[in-house]
Design a protein around this ligand. Structure first.
Ligand SMILES: Cc1cc2nc3c(=O)[nH]c(=O)nc-3n(C[C@H](O)[C@H](O)[C@H](O)COP(=O)(O)OP(=O)(O)OC[C@H]3O[C@@H](n4cnc5c(N)ncnc54)[C@H](O)[C@@H]3O)c2cc1C
Length: 415
C-alpha cells in the first residue's frame, strides 16, 4: 500500500513524486513509456528551456489561461526557486536572450536525468511500461488505480492519494495521449475544450509552395482577427510543410487557433523591414538601383532586400517578372514593392494538429481544483499537476515552469 501514486513521469509527475517522497510519503510513480521525461528531452529543440527568469508581473503576462489560479503554485515554487533547485541538484544553468533559462550543457536530458535521480534519491519507486487505465474511488475518496503492467496484465494498486500528471495531447509520441482527461472526466471533472497551442499556422497564400524552408529574422508580425489588430510580435518566423512557425508565429497561434475555431477571419501581416520607414526604404531602394547595371534583373534587386527563397514569391505577389530589367522598374512599382515588404498579408485558414503543437490549451477546469493544494474539489485524495490542467503559456520556458510549480504543490499533500 502506497501513500501516493503519481501517474506520469513527465516534468510535473517527477517533481510531484520527489516532493511527496521528501515529505515522508511512500510514493509509486507509474509511467507508461519505457523511460521518464520524453517530452523534456525534446523540449527547447533538445536544449530544454526550463523556465524564464523574468520578474513575477512579466511572468504572469505570459500565462494565457487561469493566471490567477497559477499564482499560488508559482508563489510556492517560482522561477527563481526552480533555478536554485536545479543548481542544487547539480545542473548548471545559463540565462539567455529573453531571460530564457537552459542547462549550461545544452542538453535537455540533463534536466530529465536530474529529476529521475532526485526521485530515486528520495525513495520514489518508479515503474515503466506501466499504463494506468482507471482511477479507483469510493464515496468521493480515492483508493488506488488499475493499471496494465509491461506484460499486458491488468492489476490493482492501492493508495490514499493519486496525482494525475499525464500531460496534454500534443506530441503524443512522447506518451501524452490525453488519458488524464478521461480519468478526470470519469471522476466528475469538467474538461475545458482541448485546442493545439503554440502550433504552426496554415495559410492559403498562393505563394506558399515557394516558401518552404524560408526563415525570416527581425520581422514584425501583426495578427488581425476580423480585420482588427489583436497582437503584434517581433522576432523570427519560418515556413515549412507544417505551416508558418518560429517563435513569432507560435506566440500568435494561441489567439489565431481560437479565432479559427470560432470561424473568424484571421490574417498575419508581415513587416520585413520594421526598422525602416517607407520613405527611408524608398531612398534605399533607389540607391541600390543607382548602383546596379541597367541590364541587371529585378530579381537581383530583390535579392539585396530579402532572403533568396523570398525573391520569386515577392515577384509573383507584385506581378512583376523577376527577369524584368531593373532600368524598367518605375517609382510606382517601387512603392508597390515597399507595400509588400512592409505589409505582406498571409490569410490564416487552419492550424497544425496536436501532433505538432508544443502545448495543449484547455484541460481540467481549474475552478474544480483547490489552488492551494492542487487537490480535486470533487474527489478527496485526487490531485492534478502540469499540462493536464487548463493552464498554458507562451513560449519561453513558462510551460515547464507550470509543470514544476504545480507538481511541487501537488506533492506537498499531507500524509
Ligand atoms: C517539441 C516541444 C518542445 C517544448 N519545449 C518547451 C520548452 O523549451 N520550454 C517549456 O517551458 N515548455 C516546452 N514544451 C512544453 C512542455 O514540455 C510541456 O508543457 C511539459 O513537459 C508538460 O509536462 P507534464 O509533466 O505536465 O506532461 P508530460 O511531459 O507530457 O508528461 C506526461 C507523462 O505522463 C505519461 N502518461 C500519460 N498517460 C499515462 C498513463 N495512463 N499511465 C502512465 N503514464 C502516463 C506520459 O507518458 C508522460 O511521460 C515543449 C513541448 C514540446 C512538444
Amino acid at each position: 500500500m502506497y501513500d501516493v501514486i503519481v501517474i506520469g513521469a513527465g516534468a510535473a509527475g517527477l517533481m510531484a513524486a520527489a516532493t511527496a517522497a521528501r515529505n515522508g510519503n511512500k510514493v509509486l510513480l507509474m509511467e507508461k513509456m519505457e523511460k521518464a521525461g520524453r517530452k523534456i528531452r525534446i523540449s527547447g529543440k533538445g536544449r530544454c528551456n526550463l523556465t524564464n527568469a523574468r520578474p513575477p508581473e512579466e511572468f504572469k503576462e505570459a500565462i494565457r489561461t487561469n493566471a490567477d489560479f497559477f499564482d499560488v503554485a508559482f508563489a510556492e515554487f517560482n522561477n527563481k526557486a526552480t533555478i536554485r533547485f536545479f543548481e542544487r541538484i547539480g545542473v548548471k544553468l545559463d540565462i539567455e536572450r529573453g531571460q530564457r533559462v537552459f542547462p549550461k550543457s545544452g542538453k535537455a536530458w540533463d534536466i530529465s536525468n536530474a529529476l529521475v535521480d532526485y526521485c530515486l534519491d528520495n525513495g520514489v519507486e518508479i515503474v515503466y511500461n506501466t499504463r494506468v487505465t482507471e482511477i479507483l474511488a469510493i464515496d468521493g475518496k480515492v483508493y488506488g488505480v488499475m493499471f496494465q503492467n509491461k506484460r499486458g496484465f491488468t492489476r490493482k494498486e492501492e493508495a490514499d492519494n493519486v496525482i494525475i500528471a499525464t500531460g496534454g495531447v500534443s506530441y503524443p509520441g512522447t506518451g501524452s495521449t490525453g488519458d488524464g482527461y478521461l480519468f478526470a472526466n470519469k471522476m466528475g471533472h469538467t474538461i475545458e475544450e482541448l485546442r493545439p497551442s503554440l502550433t504552426p499556422l496554415r495559410t492559403s497564400h498562393p505563394q506558399k509552395k515557394f516558401l518552404d524552408g524560408l526563415l525570416l529574422k527581425n520581422i514584425n508580425a501583426q495578427l488581425f482577427i476580423e480585420n482588427e489588430l489583436v497582437k503584434e510580435e517581433f522576432g523570427e518566423i519560418s515556413f515549412s510543410e507544417r505551416g508558418i512557425e518560429g517563435a513569432v508565429a507560435l506566440r500568435l497561434s494561441r489567439d489565431a487557433v481560437d479565432a479559427i475555431i470560432e470561424e473568424k477571419r484571421v490574417k498575419i501581416v508581415l513587416d520585413m523591414k520594421p526598422a525602416l520607414t517607407e520613405e527611408v526604404l524608398f531612398d534605399r531602394i533607389k540607391r541600390e538601383i543607382a548602383e546596379m547595371q541597367p541590364d541587371e534583373f529585378f530579381s537581383e534587386l530583390l535579392r539585396k532586400l530579402v532572403p533568396k527563397h523570398f525573391v520569386i514569391p515577392i515577384a509573383h505577389e507584385l506581378d512583376i517578372h523577376s527577369k524584368n530589367y531593373i532600368r524598367k522598374v518605375t517609382d510606382t512599382e517601387i512603392h508597390r514593392l515597399i507595400k509588400v515588404l512592409k505589409g505582406m498579408v498571409f490569410p490564416i485558414t487552419d492550424y497544425a494538429p496536436f501532433e505538432y503543437a508544443v502545448v495543449t490549451a484547455g484541460g481540467v477546469n481549474c475552478d474544480e481544483v483547490n489552488k492551494y493544494t492542487m487537490e480535486s474539489l470533487k474527489v478527496k485524495g485526487l490531485y492534478f499537476a502540469g499540462e493536464v490542467l487548463d493552464l498554458d503559456a507562451n513560449t519561453g520556458g513558462y510551460n515547464l515552469q507550470i509543470a514544476f510549480s504545480t507538481g511541487r504543490l501537488a506533492g506537498q499533500l499531507k500524509k
